[in-house]
Design a protein around this ligand. Structure first.
Ligand code: FAD
Length: 282
């Protein structure tokens, strides 16, 4: 279907973008890999598209002492090649096909909050913080509070997601992403990002982000809590993963029963944690 008519602007500063997004029925456009299909299906009919591609402040990655800032316009292909965390590289590489990865951006994938999005699971595992700028200024929102539901986030219509803050990988850390693809679309039937930090043989920090299973990507906090203080042995992981789906309404569809999806989710989590542990132990 041909999209409904819209106006199109290409601001060159964040300030200009915020002003344009303040107009009625305006919508930000990044790589277009989620938004353009919605326009073509007429599931979204904005009056104004605000294309963010000419704003230099949204690009690049910066390394501070203990943090990394990833600009919203960093594309999946750049993440797959050079993200500082393996979980992010693997999640970007697992996203869509080459064309999607060349155009899609981390900001777009985060703002879109697809229930089966790969990057949100990696960002949840890393306890990333979303940086947004709007008319009232800049604010930072932890990723687990940013994603509110399917395709729903904390972002106001006139806010620009400017970047994401991640921790710097310390010694003893490892991370990984595992995904079972849904055959028709390639999206995650289940996907799990894991990050661990091991000190003196014990897990001192852990993050588990789950996608494709419930109504939104989420942090498996109950399972995380059970892993801290353990040596991350097989029995520890198995016991902790009992809590992986706690409080989650596991979805059932034409591709998978809820039971199969839950089993595949546990398998992805086990493999992601094993791989993260192996990296952490060098
Ligand atoms: C064929 C195909 C296969 C795909 N497969 C997968 C897959 O396997 N896994 C997966 O996770 N995803 C997949 N995707 C989606 C893809 O990852 C998208 O790139 C991503 O979800 C959105 O990023 P984008 O930059 O294209 O955003 P856009 O489509 O431009 O925007 C998405 C949404 O975010 C908003 N937005 C974008 N940037 C900002 C910003 N900086 N500030 C505020 N709002 C913003 C837009 O207004 C829009 O609502 C697929 C897409 C296609 C077309």
């Amino acid at each position: 279907m041909i999209p409904a008519a819209f106006r199109y602007e290409r601001p060159v500063t964040i300030h200009e973008a915020i002003e344009l997004l303040g107009q009625p029925e305006a919508k930000a456009l990044a790589g277009g890999q989620s938004l353009l299909p919605l326009l073509r299906l007429r599931m979204a009919e904005p009056e104004l598209l605000v294309d963010l591609q000419d704003i230099p402040e949204l690009r690049g990655m910066r390394h501070d002492l203990d943090q990394i800032w990833v600009g919203a316009f960093v594309r999946h292909v750049e993440l797959a090649e050079s993200a500082p965390w393996r979980v992010l590289r693997e999640a970007a590489e697992a996203t869509g096909d080459r064309q999607v990865r060349r155009l899609g951006t981390i900001g777009g994938a985060t703002a879109h909050a697809d229930p089966a999005g790969d990057l949100p699971a990696a960002l949840l595992a890393l306890h990333a913080v979303v940086e947004a700028v709007g008319p009232a200024g800049r604010r930072e929102i932890p990723i687990d509070r940013f994603i509110l539901g399917p395709l729903t986030t904390e972002l106001a219509p006139d806010e620009v997601l400017t970047g994401l803050r991640l921790p710097q990988p310390k010694s003893g850390t490892g991370s990984s992403y595992r995904k079972l693809r849904q055959k028709a679309s390639g999206f995650a039937l289940a996907g799990v990002g894991a990050m661990v930090r091991i000190e003196a043989g014990r897990c001192v920090e852990v993050g588990i982000g789950v996608t494709g299973v419930g109504l939104q990507p989420y942090a498996a906090e109950a399972a995380e809590g059970r892993l801290v203080g353990t040596p991350l042995g097989d029995a520890d992981v198995e016991a902790a993963l009992e809590a992986l789906l706690e409080g989650v309404d596991v979805q059932e569809d034409a591709y998978a029963s809820a039971d199969y999806r839950a089993k595949m989710c546990r398998l992805c989590a086990t493999q992601a944690l094993e791989s993260a542990r192996a990296e952490a132990l060098g």
